[in-house]
Structures are given as C-alpha cells and as structure tokens.
Design a protein around this ligand. Structure first.
Ligand code: HEM
Ligand code: HEM
Length: 192
C-alpha cells in the first residue's frame, strides 16, 4: 500500500528515529532505576538518581503517543519470506508486548507509584507531571510491586528482543536489522 513497487524493506525515518530514541532512553532509565535502588546508600543518598530516572522515563509517555500515531498511519516493512509464518506471528506478538508492557505499562506504573507516594515527577527537569491518582500510602506496596515486577519482566523481554535482532543480523543476514538502521537496500530486496 504505502510501499513502492520496489518494496524497499525499511521503516520510515520518523519510525526509526522514535525507535532508537526510545530504545536509548529505555535502557538508560532501566539502568538508572536499578542502580538507584541497588546502591541507594552509596550512589543515591539525595535521591538524585531517582529524580533522573523519573525525569527521563516520563518523556516516554509523550513519545509513545507520537509513536503509536505514526505506527497506525504508516505500515512497517514486511518480514522476510525466509521467516516461517509461525516466526512472523511470534515477531508481531513480541513487538505488541514490547509496546504494551515495556513502553506503555512501564512508565504508567511508575507514574502510579509516584502518585500514590505523593512524590513529584519532573519531566526532563522542566515541568511537573500531575498525579494520576491521589496520594495513598495503602496502595504504595502494591504499586511498587507492580513497577518492580514489570521492570524485571520487560527487562527480559527487551534483552530477548535485542538478542533476536542480533541473530537476524549476524546469523540470518536477512535485512531485518537493516530495516531499522538505514536507507540502504538490503539483500532481501533482491528476488530469490
Ligand atoms: C514516569 C515513569 C517512571 C516513574 C515515575 C518511575 C519511578 C520509579 C521509582 C520512584 C523507583 C524507585 C527508585 C528509588 O527508590 O530510588 C523506580 C525504580 C525502578 N524503575 Fe522506574 N519509573 C518510571 C519508569 C520506568 C521505566 C520506563 C522503566 C524501564 C525502563 C523503569 C525501571 C525501573 C527499575 C529497573 C527500577 C528498580 C527496581 C528495583 O530493582 O527495585 N522505570 N522507578
Ligand atoms: C540494541 C537495542 C535494539 C535493537 C538492535 C533493536 C532492533 C530492532 C529491529 C531490527 C526492529 C525491526 C523488527 C522488524 O523488522 O519487524 C525492532 C522493532 C521494534 N523494537 Fe527494537 N531494538 C532495540 C531496542 C529496543 C528497545 C529497548 C525497545 C523498547 C523498550 C524496542 C522496541 C521495539 C518495538 C516496539 C519494535 C516494533 C516496531 C514496529 O514494527 O512497530 N527495541 N527493533
């Protein structure tokens, strides 16, 4: 539909920009969150890392809106024919779970946790995010648990995503990683 007859297998430039920008923010935010909690005495005495974690993570809430809009109005390139229908379906579900859990539920659960804790979130240290719900200490343990459980399960999901992307690039050499990288034509553009 949106593809030319040449069927170049790549994401649009805005899709690539949003993928890599959000990927970098996501990974940095995960590491800061982990360090802030694990070495809270040594490295996070004044909660500076917690503030950084929230300042950066909250940008994902804005970027995901743009990303979903772009995704719904621009078809992604198809997967290579060398992938079985089962694997193609698995890839689609994997990406759906990345959107739902890593990019939507993760920042939302942090926002909820901070809200029930009555603690502020400063988006990029620039402006405050209003609380989603009223502060309520009764819900603190639940929201904390949800955020931490999601952090570790989506951490595994993202790690799997990265390893699979590398397998496509190094072992399969099927142009899947290229589709997220550059405008260059890939081997999969050639008819077999
Ligand atoms: C608005 C967005 C978010 C808010 C308000 C938020 C809030 C928090 C807070 C308050 C902590 C505890 C840090 C501390 O005690 O110093 C935390 C921990 C953590 N967050 Fe977030 N977070 C958000 C988004 C995210 C995202 C998007 C990720 C994943 C990339 C993430 C991953 C983590 C991790 C891994 C921890 C450490 C959990 C542990 O090991 O106990 N957070 N978050
Ligand atoms: C080194 C890190 C990463 C690499 C090498 C990578 C690679 C890729 C590649 C090659 C694709 C295209 C797959 C296809 O053609 O169907 C893709 C899609 C995607 N990636 Fe990543 N990625 C990375 C990090 C991340 C992170 C951290 C997230 C989110 C937390 C993420 C979320 C997604 C999503 C949601 C898609 C589906 C895009 C769509 O079709 O709408 N990626 N990634």
């Amino acid at each position: 539909m949106h593809n030319s007859s040449q069927n170049s297998r790549k994401y649009t430039a805005p899709a690539r920009l949003l993928h890599w920008l959000m990927a970098i923010i996501w990974i940095v935010v995960w590491i800061i969150g982990y360090v802030a909690v694990t070495w809270s005495q040594e490295l996070n005495p004044q909660d500076g890392l917690t503030a950084a974690h929230k300042a950066l993570a909250s940008t994902l809430l804005f970027l995901i809106v743009l990303r979903i809009f772009w995704r719904l109005t621009h078809r992604p390139p198809g997967l290579p024919d060398s992938m079985s229908p089962l694997m193609q379906r698995a890839a689609h579900w994997g990406h759906f779970f990345l959107y739902l859990f890593a990019l939507i539920a993760m920042p939302l659960s942090g926002w909820l946790w901070s809200s029930v804790a009555g603690k502020p979130i400063n988006v990029l240290w620039l402006f405050p995010l209003p609380p989603l719900v009223d502060a309520n200490p009764d819900y603190y343990p639940l929201m904390k648990n949800i955020h931490i459980t999601l952090a570790y399960s989506t951490g595994a999901l993202v790690l799997g995503h990265i390893l699979i992307a590398l397998k496509h690039a190094i072992i399969d050499k099927d142009g899947v990683l290229q589709s997220m990288l550059s405008d260059r034509r890939t081997s999969s553009d050639r008819k077999k």
